[in-house]
Design a protein around this ligand. Structure first.
Ligand SMILES: Cc1ncc(COP(=O)(O)O)c(C=O)c1O
Length: 427
């Protein structure tokens, strides 16, 4: 396969050759693509929003439906994959995806719920140190969550620090993030950034940010919704305190799929931290003795509250098996080339109506490129959509496209840009 530094060229033959040489090409066949519409073959580039369905997901979910029919309540212990420990079947593969130890990872609830639960433990404001740092333009749910935590603790918006790009720039510079934290560090309780910003596609330097945060005595957490299954994360090695992510984007676990959390091993036995408790976070040996006193499990599992949704876990299990086979390093290697090819073709168009706001440096982005439309004109997005492209539009004026290395091809990228070009020419 082409190396990321090799010159791309804009011929269809180039895309074909790259696909033929792709060591991951068989994985496309493991996924269900949406139906044709208007007789057009879809070009699916929205794995950053909802990942495609692994074909095995149906079988895995049906297995649980069959076992529910066959065993009813006994399925908790007698199902082929017993429901009582079912979440444990995905712990290790999920930990591998995010660069964590199994004790640091668990799947539970949904993303924003988990951010709240983790802030209950890891946002511990004092009168001097109470601020929360987020990126300006963070996903709205994160901002709502952070603002409501500040209010809950009696701080108004004075506690909210939003890091903004320099005037005229679309993305943040690491040196500015580091500078702001060094400057304001004494008053910052928590830094909570996206691993990858949902709008710009910028990947933040999580290791450097964690280092500067810790140097200043802050807790550092990340929303990895757009990073998990996209970047090669090393949450443990980078010393991140906590992270949370959803599984319906790059992790292909289906709409509303069960989410994941990471809590660094050094907090595994921090039982003095406040936490919202529930029976699924209670010691497994004594859970069914139904005693009145909560005894938390060690590690991330201790943050669980409720027994998990087995049908969602089954779908996630199907997807994570594919990740284990493909491996994150190989996926990331292909992703850099695929997105590099997309950037190359878009730049070749050199049309002033469109501009890429995602950083050009592959280290500072994942799969996604965000294409800003001049004057926030949405009509180009509507045109490409009617021609079979699955991209998405994010207000106020960006088309997001994400070629996903598990199931997208160089040919998908080529076809997308050809459609885009022809729609631009017609206008
Ligand atoms: C970065 C980010 N944070 C939070 C959310 C909200 O996720 P949920 O609805 O699962 O809480 C999303 C959803 O797309 C997201 O992209």
């Amino acid at each position: 396969m082409i190396s990321s530094h090799e010159n791309y060229d804009s011929s269809p033959k180039f895309a074909q050759t790259a696909d033929d040489a792709d060591p991951l090409r068989k994985f496309r066949g493991h996924f269900q693509f949406p139906d044709k519409f208007n007789n057009l073959e879809p070009v699916y580039l929205t794995g950053n929003s909802l990942g495609l369905m692994p074909k095995n997901a149906r079988r895995y979910v049906e297995q649980e439906l069959d076992d529910w029919a066959k065993y009813a309540v006994e399925g908790h212990t007698n199902a082929k994959h017993p429901w009582l420990p079912y979440h444990e079947f995905v712990t290790e593969p999920m930990a591998r995806v995010v660069g964590a130890k199994p004790i640091e990872t668990v799947v539970m609830n949904s993303l924003t719920v988990n951010l709240h639960l983790l802030m209950v433990s890891f946002y511990r404001p004092t009168s001097d140190r109470f601020k929360i740092v987020i990126e300006k333009g963070a996903f709205p749910s994160d901002r709502y969550a952070v603002e409501s935590q500040l209010k809950f603790h009696g701080y108004g918006n004075t506690g909210l620090v939003e890091l903004a790009p320099r005037d005229g720039e679309a993305t943040l510079r690491t040196e500015d993030i580091v500078g702001a934290i060094d400057r304001d560090g004494d008053s910052i309780a928590l830094i909570l950034l996206g691993g990858v910003n949902y709008y710009t596609g910028q990947a933040f330097e999580m290791k450097a940010i964690t280092e500067v945060g810790h140097r200043n005595g802050c807790v550092v957490g990340f929303d990895c919704a757009h990073a998990a299954g996209n970047l090669e994360l090393k949450l443990h090695d980078w010393d991140v305190d906590f992270a949370a992510w959803c599984s319906y984007k790059y992790l292909n676990a289906g709409p509303g799929g069960i989410a994941g959390i990471f809590v660094h091993e050094r907090h595994a036995r921090s039982f003095e931290l406040p936490r919202f408790a529930g029976w699924w976070g209670h010691d497994k040996e004594t859970r069914f003795l139904m005693g009145p006193n909560f005894v938390p499990l060690e590690g991330a599992e201790g943050w669980q509250i409720s027994n998990p949704p087995i049908l969602q876990l089954a779908a996630l299990r199907a997807s994570l098996e594919i990740f284990d086979e493909a491996t994150m390093p190989a996926l990331r290697a292909k992703s850099e080339k695929l997105t590099g090819f997309l950037a190359f073709l878009l730049n070749q168009l050199s049309d002033e109506r469109i501009s890429i706001i995602t950083p050009n440096d592959p280290e500072q982005r994942g799969c996604q490129l965000s294409i800003r439309m001049r004057n926030s004109d949405k009509s180009l997005f509507d045109s490409i959509t009617s021609r079979g492209v699955f991209a998405d539009w994010r207000e106020p004026g960006v088309i997001r496209v994400a070629p996903v290395p598990l199931y997208n091809t160089f040919d998908d990228v080529y076809r997308f840009v050809a459609i885009l070009e022809s729609c631009l020419e017609k206008r």
